[in-house]
Unconditional design. Structure first.
Length: 194
């Protein structure tokens, strides 16, 4: 597995990542919206498309192996069925910065993703793993980083099947995502796949 340099900023989180074919299809949706002038910005590469569930921290370099092992053990106890994500709106998250995430969301709040998020948080907290405090959560997939004044608009529903959850290490600013572990949904999740 690749190692980030000691000064590389990293962010670690549990996420849902589309399979490669679905990721390319979702990336094409962003490209089509851009061609039609509906979004403007730097699109997220297919390999980095994801729906974040639970952030567990960030810093410089690799998260300590014992922390990863503790999270793997805790989340191995989560049981959750496979489901489908459907996005039907594009919104801009206002960040106060010049560039803001332009994201696809589900008008129905992606109920299954919200429930899985709560299950992961509960499993981690039950094992004494402290999580960053987050005041709000809106399930979304960032399509691109663009201008913060772009309006919200509906899109034809786009969906992808969710068969696994994963622990991701993101190399901030480098466009790299590494899966530290994955767990299948819809069957026993007693073993993490690395």
């Amino acid at each position: 597995m690749d190692e980030p340099s000691h000064d590389q900023r990293t962010n670690v989180f549990f996420a849902l990542k589309p399979a490669p074919g679905d990721a390319h299809r979702l990336h094409d949706v962003g490209r089509n919206l851009e061609r039609r002038g509906m979004i403007r910005g730097r699109r997220v590469a297919p390999a980095c498309l994801h729906l974040s569930l639970v952030g567990v921290g960030g810093g410089r370099g690799r998260i300590p192996p014992d922390a990863v092992s503790a999270m793997k053990r805790a989340v191995a106890e989560v049981r959750f069925p496979a489901f489908e994500i459907v996005f039907d709106r594009v919104v801009t998250f206002r960040t106060g910065q010049v560039r803001a995430p332009i994201v696809a969301i589900d008008s129905n709040d992606a109920i299954e993703a919200m429930a899985l998020r709560l299950a992961i948080r509960a499993a981690l907290e039950a094992k004494g793993i402290r999580l960053p405090v987050r005041s709000s959560f809106a399930p979304h997939m960032t399509l691109c980083w663009g201008e913060s004044d772009q309006p919200e608009f509906p899109i034809a529903p786009i969906s992808w099947p969710v068969h696994e959850m994963c622990l991701v290490e993101s190399w901030v600013g480098a466009g790299r995502h590494l899966a530290l572990a994955t767990w299948p949904l819809g069957r026993s999740t007693s073993r993490a796949h690395v």
